[in-house]
Design a binder for this molecule. Structure first.
Ligand SMILES: C[S@@+](CC[C@H](N)C(=O)[O-])C[C@H]1O[C@@H](n2cnc3c(N)ncnc32)[C@H](O)[C@@H]1O
Length: 205
């Protein structure tokens, strides 16, 4: 059955403990953190879920973290696991921030749930919300996950039908450049048997 994505994630929150910390994300975290090269700063985590591992990792290193998620139940978990993180219950497509408010923006395993047609508007906001030199990291779905060069539809995950959307990596790069973000790295990573494209881009100085 195709449920509303927000309701699906509210449901996943009930069984979150069963898969908590199952996947080792340390390499992704450390390589992004080193790329930032900052002692501490402000992170915006879009689709923060339970606040792990990203919110937790940055808070532990003295960063101030704002997490945004449209699942109220996931945010209840975040309040328990990362109480230091400020959370906003909102759709990432409608939330607003001041220009140059963040040193880093992450959208880990979440941006692919937003229709690809709406990615350019989000990329434009990422550039605006980042300080010059600030960086964004997100997970992008590709043929390696959906089996298609471009995809806009549902795939099964943990027994539920979830909405995913992506275009080709070439199209993604041109959308990022058009938004004024310089692509720094594109890495296919297999984490827990799922291959996604991990993208970092920078707001030029
Ligand atoms: C697979 S989980 C990933 C959570 C966390 N980033 C992590 O790495 O564990 C995807 C999260 O994105 C949230 N999400 C998906 N689409 C969203 C949207 N348009 N606005 C806000 N949150 C969204 C879901 O509620 C869910 O908590």
């Amino acid at each position: 059955m195709k449920m509303d994505l927000q309701a699906v994630y509210d449901g996943f929150a009930d069984t979150y403990e069963e898969s908590r910390g199952l996947f080792d994300m340390s390499e992704v975290l450390e390589s992004f953190y080193q790329r930032l090269g900052a002692e501490a700063g402000d992170l915006l985590d879009l689709g923060c879920g339970a606040g792990e591992p990203f919110g937790r990792y940055f808070v532990d290193r003295g960063w101030s973290v704002v997490g945004v998620d449209f699942s109220a139940r996931m945010l209840e978990l975040a309040a328990r696991y990362v109480p230091e993180m400020q959370t906003i219950h909102s759709d990432m497509r409608t939330v607003e921030f001041e220009p140059a408010q963040f040193d880093a923006v992450t959208a880990v395993y979440s941006l692919f749930h937003v229709p690809a047609a709406e990615h350019p508007a989000l990329f434009e906001k990422f550039r605006r919300w980042l300080r010059p030199g600030g960086k964004v990291l997100f997970t992008y779905a590709t043929r390696e996950y959906t089996g298609c060069d471009e995809f806009d539809g549902f795939k099964e995950f943990l027994g539920k039908q979830l909405y995913y959307s992506h275009r080709t990596p070439e199209h993604l790069v041109s959308d990022l450049e058009y938004a004024g973000l310089a692509v720094e790295s594109l890495d296919y990573r297999d984490i827990g048997g799922e291959i996604f494209l991990w993208v970092t881009a920078c707001r030029p100085l």
